[in-house]
Design a protein around this ligand. Structure first.
Ligand SMILES: NC(=O)c1ccc[n+]([C@@H]2O[C@H](COP(=O)([O-])OP(=O)(O)OC[C@H]3O[C@@H](n4cnc5c(N)ncnc54)[C@H](OP(=O)(O)O)[C@@H]3O)[C@@H](O)[C@H]2O)c1
Length: 322
């Protein structure tokens, strides 16, 4: 089978296309014939060594396909079932091994590519709006990069919760996507001062929560957009990492809260995983949640997919097809 492996950290030139034997599942594991692979920033962070582990390794954390074989003591899935999963290393491959408890059956009404596309970004939008800061009817959320993959899903789920959503985007095309997702207001944060705009749109009160995946470029001003005792949810760093912060700043800005959440801590067991993914699949099958697949590349073109994401091009999910 073909895999994309990393032997040393670096640019896309370190992505090596190699042949490996098809793996056998052990106790509690299943082998999935991969049909669609999600491309995520975390893959880039693994490739460049921002997050380090043992070398060499197969890239990729998200996929969907069909269960081909299971090891002993697997009760969650059966061979022949269509499944999707996230947060298991090794998805950039024709076949992948995953712990069976992480595999979620895909219902009829949700296609395999759509299922692969929603796992990480959809579960992220789900935990941010329902668990990290559970949005209430009539509250206001500021969603950065609202025309990106996670952004469009976050906007839809925030609207589902009854919130008013202010989205930020860099282009006209992304503004259209953010509005289609339900954003009430859209700010072009590369052209105008979003802090000034948010204050104007909230009569100087500020928003209840900021969901910020951009990081370095938006963090400081985002703190200034919050209401007294508002919530700063920094969940990513697409523009770079945020420097260390003096806790006194949280006091000075109005006793605000700061959290830096991570998907793994919000999908810690099968019950939580099933809750989030089954909600998403149900809403997708009912046509209530739109998952936009922006672009698909072949597995052989993984480097191009990384350039696309790093180059600020993403307007939805990016998939690799083996
Ligand atoms: N904590 C978690 O659990 C979690 C889960 C998922 C993702 N994340 C993190 O969130 C961040 C975004 O990932 P994503 O899946 O949300 O991707 P995404 O939705 O597709 O977001 C990418 C968007 O970010 C914006 N952006 C702003 N500055 C950028 C820059 N310098 N380079 C690239 N994009 C830039 C761009 O929109 P504009 O052009 O409109 O600015 C771009 O379209 C990553 O750091 C990722 O690791 C964290």
């Amino acid at each position: 089978m073909k895999v994309v492996r990393v032997h040393e950290y670096g640019g896309t030139e370190v992505l090596k296309h190699e042949e490996m034997p098809v793996p056998e599942p052990r106790e509690g594991e299943a082998r999935v014939k991969v049909e669609a692979i999600g491309v995520n920033f975390i893959d880039i962070y693994h490739r460049i060594g921002r997050y380090q582990g043992a070398l060499p390794f197969t890239l990729g954390q998200e996929a969907a396909g069909t269960v081909e074989a299971v090891g002993p003591n697997v009760t969650e899935v059966k061979p022949g079932e269509r499944v999707a999963y996230a947060s298991v290393q090794g998805a950039y491959a024709d076949y992948a091994i995953a712990p069976a408890w992480r595999l979620i059956s895909i219902p009829t009404g949700v296609d395999t590519k759509q299922a692969a596309a929603v796992m990480i970004q959809g579960m992220t939008a789900h935990y941010l709006t329902l668990s990290t800061y559970p949005l209430k009817e009539g509250e206001t959320a500021l969603v950065h990069a609202a025309g990106g993959g996670t952004g469009q899903l976050l906007v839809q789920l925030a609207k589902r919760g009854g919130a008013r959503v202010i989205g930020t985007v860099s282009t006209e095309e992304k503004a259209k996507l953010a509005r289609e997702a339900g954003a009430d207001e859209v700010i072009f944060y590369t052209q105008t001062d979003f802090e000034v705009e948010v204050k104007r749109l909230t009569n100087n009160t500020g928003v209840d929560v900021v969901y910020d995946s951009v990081g370095k470029d938006t963090f400081d001003k985002s703190l200034n957009c919050l209401r007294r005792r508002g919530y700063m949810v920094l969940y990513g760093a697409s523009s770079g990492a945020v420097p260390p912060l003096d806790p006194q700043t949280l006091n000075a800005k109005g006793s605000i809260f700061l959290t830096r959440p991570f998907l793994g801590h919000y999908t810690a067991d099968r019950a939580e995983l099933l809750w989030r993914v089954n909600d998403l699949f149900t809403w997708m099958a009912a046509g209530e949640l739109k998952v936009r697949i922006d672009k698909t590349f072949s597995l052989a073109a993984a480097a191009e997919a990384h350039h696309y994401l790093e180059g600020r091009q993403s307007k939805g999910k990016i998939l690799l097809i083996p």
